[in-house]
Design a protein. Structure first.
Length: 373
């Protein structure tokens, strides 16, 4: 029996779940938003406006509870596979901060972690910024006497655990409409993700490729889901991509169309029912419960549209199992093996170690872990 059979995640002795973070109570909102926007010169008055989204939900973001649920689901799946490797949880923007997670891991005897980020796509904000956060946290931990190595799993937008779970959820939503007698000629599919500056999308992906990996990954997945729905349900539905949560000055171009603008266009085109699938998000955090379940739902009601919101993958067993598959894949790579790297749909799987120039920081070059630059 090989060492990998006895210790399937060798050389890792810990798993880090790394997420965005969010406030737990009203007095946390402004400090949280200051952390998120650090270095951008945004005045507190503007942050207070954004904070109203959180205050409307009692000042508590849903993301932390969802991360706790994901941790529990990961633990259950690891246990089912006989993997005892401990889990730790850290956030980029709120406690437990990443440095707290690394310190906790080191104090519990861990020396090398494999990281799962709760963001599936390739861009500065969804990948490299987490890698910068890991580098900063590792340095801070080292200065406090805690040496710990950190790797991460690859971006998983086209890993079957994420992509096929999303496809199944959309198919189930449409099947329910058809079962209720909804005329399929009035149904449209609308895939939604977080908008980013167009310059960030233009430079997303490995530096030696064409860029626009962020937008391309979403378009590819949305098209594949549309094809899957039509093939499974014998329909001929049309799908498209829209964006939410735009911020920044009006003079700065961001990815469009906004989901509310697209809903208006679909209504004008004769749609009666719009199936909104937030494929850009892992769980129902603020950009989903406010931007979609509140703002977009109000827009649809005003336009006379029926809006059906598809669940995010959250703790879906297929998604959770896929994350553990990714962890095992990364461990095999770290041992020098050549594991299968499944991908659906589109291009081959993204690398686990980011290429030089991948998803660059356009404001200021900073150290980042888990890459070759």
């Amino acid at each position: 029996m090989s060492d990998a059979d006895n210790h399937p995640l060798e050389p890792y002795d810990g798993i880090l779940l790394l997420s965005f973070g969010g406030p737990e109570k009203p007095e946390d909102v402004l400090p949280f938003l200051r952390t998120v926007t650090a270095g951008k010169g945004i005045p507190d008055e503007r942050l207070e406006e954004v904070g109203q989204h959180y205050y409307g939900f009692g000042g508590r973001s849903p993301i932390n509870d969802q991360n706790r649920a994901l941790l529990a689901a990961l633990r259950a799946e690891l246990d089912r596979r006989g993997i005892a490797t401990p889990l730790v949880w850290g956030n980029r923007n709120f406690t437990p901060f990443t440095v707290e997670a690394l310190t906790d891991a080191a104090e519990r005897g861990m020396s090398r972690l494999v990281t799962v980020v709760t963001s599936a796509y390739s861009s500065y904000s969804s990948c490299r910024q987490y890698r910068e956060d890991l580098a900063r946290a590792q340095q801070e931990a080292a200065e406090a006497g805690h040496e710990i190595a950190v790797d991460k799993v690859r971006p998983y937008a086209n890993h079957p655990g994420f992509s096929r779970a999303n496809s199944r959820l959309v198919t189930e939503a449409v099947r329910g409409l058809l079962r209720d007698g909804v005329d399929p000629t009035g149904i449209r599919l609308l895939f939604v993700t977080h908008s980013i500056p167009t310059a960030m999308d233009d430079t997303s992906g490995p530096g030696d490729e064409d860029g626009n990996a962020y937008g391309r990954q979403h378009l590819t997945l949305g098209a594949a889901i549309t094809d899957e729905v039509n093939a499974t349900l014998d329909t001929d539905l049309e799908g498209g991509l829209a964006f939410c949560s735009r911020s920044g000055p009006p003079s700065q171009p961001w990815l469009e169309p906004d989901v509310n603008d697209r809903l208006a266009e679909l209504a004008a085109e004769g749609a009666s029912t719009v199936v909104v699938a937030p494929i850009g998000f892992v769980s129902d955090h603020m950009e989903v419960v406010y931007d979609l379940d509140t703002e977009a739902a109000a827009t649809a009601q005003r336009l006379g549209l029926r809006l059906v919101r598809v669940p995010t993958v959250g703790t879906d067993p297929e998604f959770v199992s896929g994350l553990v598959d990714l962890i095992e894949e990364r461990a095999a790579e770290a041992r020098g093996e050549d594991p299968a790297r499944p991908a659906w749909p589109g291009r081959a799987a993204m690398p686990s170690v980011c290429a030089p120039g991948c998803c660059p920081n356009l404001r200021q070059a900073r150290p980042a872990l888990c890459g070759r630059d």
